[in-house]
Design a protein around this ligand. Structure first.
Ligand SMILES: CC(C)(COP(=O)(O)OP(=O)(O)OC[C@H]1O[C@@H](n2cnc3c(N)ncnc32)[C@H](O)[C@@H]1OP(=O)(O)O)[C@@H](O)C(=O)NCCC(=O)NCCS
Length: 328
């Protein structure tokens, strides 16, 4: 029997603190930095974002999302035999112990199964899903918890209006299980390290202290151009691998970075905008968490139904990009 990997439960979590553009603009104005709701909405489609409390770590957001995904899948934590967690804002400097291991412990998983982080910035969730799909199809693992979680507010420079208005915090998770039914139809991943400098956190750690900037840096217009060109290509490549026509896509879930990039992608694929799940307005860019947050929202509000074909695609720092086409 062919083994497929199927999404059997979704969950997500947004921190309670919601900050609107007007609230953020008022906060920035106190430091002499000018922005407006009008600029942010027109350029990005973002109206609000959520910020974690100082006490909340990536693993705390991930834990809440994971618990909801497990509940939706009707599973106990110890049914999970692999955790793959995507984040660029891990709990610990240096990334260890991995946030996946922290979440494993917080979930009370004691079965000794592996847990690891995947780092592909805003493409992190599609990278993690693709890795999970391969592990499941190989027969090595049966129930994989895939998480995207971020506290990007921690690496935002609130003196840099070109970046700080765009990002937010949150987490999303799915349980992917071995199944005889169609699940992931195809996935494609890419990277091009030569563009690393256009979206990065430039600093490093030296002699126990941060050397250089620990804030996110982005050349917005350069990222915009690259994102538009790769998202269409990778979606088509994934459709071709699955032998599925673009017209058969029920839902497009692009990484929620900028409404203009998302609309451009839908248009290039010939998809009506009603087939795209859009959460960027309320969430901002939550990097690795954005796709599973949007997926969970559309599953829970009844738009995405069993049997639907969903195209998820991400693009981000590295530079990285990829897509996963899945039958729900
Ligand atoms: C960041 C982004 C919204 C900027 O939009 P843009 O149309 O390219 O705008 P520009 O960077 O050319 O800036 C236009 C002007 O707005 C100003 N500006 C920048 N941020 C501003 C803000 N928050 N409020 C008001 N004005 C702002 C700039 O200083 C510039 O002013 P100038 O013309 O006087 O120099 C856009 O480039 C973008 O979305 N890029 C991709 C970002 C992304 O998706 N990142 C994540 C990928 S994973």
């Amino acid at each position: 029997m062919t083994i497929y990997s199927k999404i059997v439960g979704t969950g997500s979590y947004l921190p309670a603190k919601r900050v609107t553009n007007n609230e953020l603009a008022a906060q920035l104005a106190q430091q002499g930095i000018e922005t407006s709701d009008e600029w942010i909405v027109t350029r990005s489609g973002i109206s609000a974002r959520h910020y974690a409390e100082p006490t909340q770590l990536s693993s705390d957001l991930a834990l809440a999302a994971a618990q909801r995904a497990l509940e939706a899948a009707g599973m106990q934590a110890n049914d999970i035999d692999l955790i793959i967690l995507a984040t660029s804002t891990p709990d610990h400097l240096g990334g260890f112990p991995s946030t996946a291991c922290v979440v494993q412990h917080k979930l009370g998983i004691t079965n000794g199964s592996p847990a690891m982080d995947v780092q592909a910035v805003c493409s992190g969730f599609v990278y993690a899903m693709s890795v999970a799909d391969s592990f499941i199809k190989s027969g090595a693992h049966k129930n994989v918890l895939v998480i995207g979680t971020e506290v990007f507010s921690r690496i935002l420079d609130f003196k840099d209006r070109t970046t700080c208005v765009l990002f937010g915090d949150g987490a999303g998770a799915v349980v992917m299980s071995a199944s005889g039914e169609l699940g992931v139809l195809a996935s494609k991943l890419h990277a091009d390290g030569s563009h690393g400098h256009i979206l990065c956190v430039p600093g490093s750690v030296d002699n126990g202290a941060v050397a250089g900037s620990a804030y996110l840096y982005m050349d917005g217009p350069a990222v915009f151009k690259l994102a538009v060109s790769v998202l269409d290509k990778v979606a088509r490549e994934t459709l071709a691998a699955a032998k599925v026509d673009a017209s058969e896509i029920d839902w497009l879930i692009p990484h929620q970075a900028n409404i203009r990039i998302m609309q451009g992608t839908a248009k290039k694929l010939g998809l009506p905008l009603e087939k795209m799940v859009v959460t960027v307005g309320e969430h901002g860019n939550t990097s690795a968490a954005s796709i599973p947050l949007a997926l969970d929202q559309a599953v829970r509000d009844g738009r995405i139904k069993p049997g639907h074909t969903v195209m998820m695609e991400g693009v981000g720092g590295g530079f990285t990009w990829g897509a996963v086409l899945a039958r729900m």
